[in-house]
Design a protein around this ligand. Structure first.
Ligand code: SF4
Length: 884
């Protein structure tokens, strides 16, 4: 057994470790300044010097590999003298007041430990201060040239913002492309602040509000990546958020939303008392009155018009436990399957397509497969803006040499790193993916053994694809036929290959079939069930996967179990019969509202009016309701225009529970704050309404942990996931028993249910939303890095300073032709309605295509979007609207 001796004690050698890692592996430590576990070893500050027998000089522990037989000393008089000399040198010009002001910075602690605080004799230089950024104060008087900010921006975020200027004593770290951080290409992820050991880079919030006195590990309230974070509070106020170092998804990194956009929890317009509106006037009421009113009205309406006249929407921002109780209330108390959530307007097509073809309607693989893949195909997703931690990981993979194919109507940031970018016309995914499949066949890139063993429908698909030559698809899609061939080769000939897709695939008239076409590619090439392969949806909101998985879905119960298959189990555990009449999904409920058949709707954490397409149609659906209950943090647009009751919920910083991320990982949410004002966790509100409606049995939980225990009983694939196990780390389902480690990769040897996967042949049926002389542009909608969905949370944070408004993005050629320039206010009109917003001339757009975000109520972009829906699951076609 290879051994090493450290300070006289023997240890087994850790394979591939540095001396520093070896020392830390048994709980030892030595001082360091330039080291960070997220970064490649650097050996710059030389504080970590150690003596090794046989070496004439000390070596830096952070970048020297440990080897069999080494005898290492970590603290001798000579080493300590060298450390003191190095620290004195650093302290010579270092601002004294910084050491006093920020005593907990690693550099300052080290100076204190060596009794060298007095050695800091410098002053801050106002010329080195940059306060332009809303979240990050830069004071390079405190810089010690450890290069950690430069390295983390390069090696983790891949943004290359920082650079070292000049040499030797004159070295200064500053933004590479601009005079200030605000004007640079910084994406505000805060990684540089997080690694900086001196406070040269510091969070403005910490400087203004003081250091956190309590840190609570929880999960990000924004996108479906599911980054784990430490929420720092002081006097019941969030003052900082830091990334969790041991988080498997984000590995010590966060994006601007997770890291900085937390102030919404304390926003001045947060509604924290229940309200009822009568004759157009809101009145604050007690919880008792609000709950009794809602319960009485629901009861009245259901008995007058039948259970089908009532609907309820769960929330992707609420926990699994909240959503579980919401759908249980719908089915057991209201007696209807009219329960849905915002998965309907995003990835319902993914769930349907993947369930139908592979047996499980969720990601086949994990984010760790990004680093395992030799080729990555990103289709209809813009991860660097919308799933930034995944975006950064894909970018790093491409920089390390993975092949990257991007399919997107815009030249998104990842296209700059791609081997091929197919900039197709909106709405033409199907021809393009069919043609890629055809090239895979023509060029022998298919996996015959995999097809023979695990797939059916291959001969039929081969015949069908004869009609889909790259030339034919190129004509429809507006891309080069040879580029289609190149894309197919990169995906098909470089194994393993991973597919990552987003709403650019699903939010189309053929959204479900678009996902099926992607699954076809994976099956043809045998890229399923192997590390580094698979088909993976990037889920939009933090818990949209969990919300639908919990049963906020009219056709499925908890665990996405079809109602008739699981009816007996649920009836037995719930002690109540399930409704027999099929339920309506969100869009069908809207239709029923317009027909006057839906009479009551309870929308939880979902701004229907601002979010759903074709706002005029949404208004027509909800304005005639006899009861509209909105449960949220703020008076959103739905509440402002039409609600009768407002129930104030807690944010996820104020409650316990679990979220489920896009890779099927269940992770803990922990309360960092007490509920603000009179707000309550969603599960408690729902439970109280159930009880007020006379159903106490099954609605007497005292904690989210108790609710999760019931979920485990009903959902076999989650039976092994316990709160106790989640204390240490999240778990990916299926996890059928408490000894099971969870499943990072599905379909390794068989598909769910043991069956063969079935290839689909998918005809192209162009959307009915087409351009005409009157409406010559196709508008695509989407999100931006700094804002999130309907802006309910991010628009109440300083992110507004980083991106204050929605914009209409137009190609330079179109802008020139129309005589328009950056910042011009333009009116966009579709067959449904119109809105105004500022123009942004953007070379990322091709002629004839426009792009706009939908974050603000001022813009209300859904006044113009199209009512066309996916033919299978009704997901709206947000990605194609003809406008002028
Ligand atoms: Fe939060 Fe998503 Fe950003 Fe991670 S990538 S910090 S989950 S918004």
């Amino acid at each position: 057994m290879p051994r090493v001796t450290i300070d006289g004690a023997p240890y087994e050698v850790l394979a591939g470790a540095t001396i520093l890692e070896q020392i830390r592996s048994f709980g030892g430590d030595i001082p360091t300044l330039c080291d960070d576990q997220r970064l490649a070893p650097f050996g710059g500050c030389r504080i970590c010097l150690v003596e090794v027998d046989g070496r004439s000089r000390p070596v830096t522990a952070c970048d020297t590999p440990v080897a069999d037989g080494m005898s290492i000393r970590t603290s001798t008089d000579a080493l300590e003298a060298q450390r003191v000399a190095l620290l004195r040198l650093l302290a010579r010009d270092y601002p004294r007041d910084a050491v006093e002001r920020q005593p907990e910075k690693p550099l300052h602690r080290l100076l204190r430990a060596y009794g060298l605080e007095e050695s800091a004799r410098g002053d801050s230089d106002p010329a080195l201060l940059d306060t332009t950024h809303p979240y990050i104060r830069v004071d390079m008087s405190q810089c010690i040239d450890c290069y950690r900010c430069v390295r983390i921006c390069d090696e983790v975020q891949g943004q290359f913002v920082w650079a070292a200027w000049d040499r030797g004593d004159r070295t200064r770290i500053a933004p590479r492309t601009a005079a200030t951080l605000r004007d640079s290409e910084c994406t505000s992820c805060g990684a540089c602040v997080d690694t900086c050991p001196s406070g040269a880079l510091e969070d403005v919030s910490v400087l203004e509000r003081g250091e956190a006195t309590l840190w609570t590990k929880t999960t990000c309230p924004y996108c479906g990546v599911g980054c784990e974070m430490l929420a720092g509070t002081r006097d019941q106020r969030l003052v900082a958020v830091r990334p969790a170092m041991d988080a498997p998804v984000n590995r010590g990194h966060l994006c601007v939303k997770g890291r900085y956009a937390f102030d919404f929890a304390h926003a001045a317009d947060r509604v924290t008392r229940p309200m009822i509106r009568k004759d157009g006037v809101w009145r604050e009421v007690s919880w008792e009155e609000a709950i009794s009113f809602v319960a009485a009205e629901l009861r009245r309406i259901a008995s007058a018009h039948g259970a089908r006249s009532v609907g309820i929407l769960g929330s992707a921002r609420a926990t699994n436990e909240d959503n579980y109780l919401i759908q249980k209330l719908a089915r057991v108390v209201l007696g209807t399957h009219n329960v849905d959530c915002c998965a309907r307007v995003c990835h319902a097509p993914t769930a349907a397509a993947m369930k139908a073809m592979l047996g499980t309607g969720a990601a086949t693989s994990s984010f760790d497969d990004i680093e395992r893949a030799s080729a990555i195909l990103v289709c209809g997703a813009n991860p660097t803006e919308n799933h930034p931690i995944v975006g950064a990981r894909i970018k790093q993979a491409a920089l390390r040499g993975a092949r990257l194919v991007v399919i997107d109507p815009r030249r998104i940031e990842l296209a700059e790193y791609a081997d091929v970018h197919l900039q197709l016309r909106p709405g033409t995914n199907i021809p393009l993916l069919n043609a890629i499949a055809r090239v895979l066949i023509d060029e022998g890139a298919i996996d015959q053994a995999f097809l023979a063993e695990r797939v059916e429908g291959w001969p039929e698909l081969r015949t069908f694809l004869c009609y889909w030559s790259p030339e034919r698809a190129a004509e429809i899609c507006g891309v080069g036929a040879d580029d289609i061939r190149r894309a197919a080769r990169f995906y098909g000939e470089t194994r393993p290959a991973l597919i990552v897709h987003g709403l650019g695939v699903t939010e189309h008239a053929q959204g479900t079939e678009g996902v099926e076409a992607l699954v076809n590619l994976a099956l043809l090439t045998g890229n399923v069930g192997k590390p580094g392969s698979g088909v993976n949806p990037l889920r939009g909101q933090n818990n949209v996967q969990g919300s639908a998985q919990m049963g906020c879905e009219p056709a499925h119960l908890t665990g996405y179990q079809p109602i008739e298959q699981a009816r007996a189990r649920f009836e037995s555990v719930w002690g109540a019969p399930l409704p027999t009449e099929p339920g309506s999904n969100l869009m069908q409920m809207m239709d029923a509202g317009a027909r006057g058949e839906l009479k009551a709707l309870w929308a939880i954490g979902y701004d229907i009016l601002l979010t759903n397409p074709d706002a005029a149609a949404t208004r027509a659906s909800i304005e005639g309701l006899e009861l509209l209950v909105v449960q949220d943090l703020f008076l959103n647009e739905t509440a402002r225009e039409h609600a009768d009751v407002f129930l104030p919920a807690c944010s996820s910083f104020e409650k316990d529970g679990t979220f489920m991320n896009a890779e099927r990982r269940v992770q803990r949410v922990r309360a960092a704050l007490e509920p603000i004002g009179d707000s309550r966790p969603d599960w408690r509100i729902v439970q109280e309404v159930a009880r007020a409606m006379g159903v106490e049995s099954g609605f007497s939980f005292t904690s989210p942990a108790e609710i999760w225990e019931e979920i485990r009983r009903l959902w076999p694939a989650a039976a092994g996931i316990t709160y106790a196990r989640l204390e240490t780390a999240g778990l990916q389902w299926p996890c059928p028993d408490e000894n099971h480690p969870g499943t990072s990769l599905l379909h390794q040897t068989t598909f769910t249910g043991g069956r063969r996967a079935a290839l689909q042949h998918i005809d192209y049926r162009p959307t009915t939303e087409t351009v005409t002389e009157e409406y010559p542009f196709l508008l695509v909608t989407g999100r931006s890095l700094y804002q999130f969905n309907a802006g309910t949370m991010t628009m109440r944070t300083p992110n507004v300073k980083l991106r204050p408004t929605d914009t209409l993005d137009m190609s330079p050629a179109d802008a020139e032709r129309l005589g328009l320039g950056d910042g011009d206010r333009v009116r966009v009109r579709s067959r449904r309605g119109s809105t105004q917003l500022p123009l942004h001339v953007d070379p990322a757009l091709r002629e004839g295509t426009l792009f706009a975000t939908f974050h603000t109520a001022e813009t209300f972009l859904n006044e113009v979007t199209s009512p066309v829906r996916d033919a299978v699951v009704d997901t709206p076609e947000y990605k194609v609207t003809a406008v002028t």
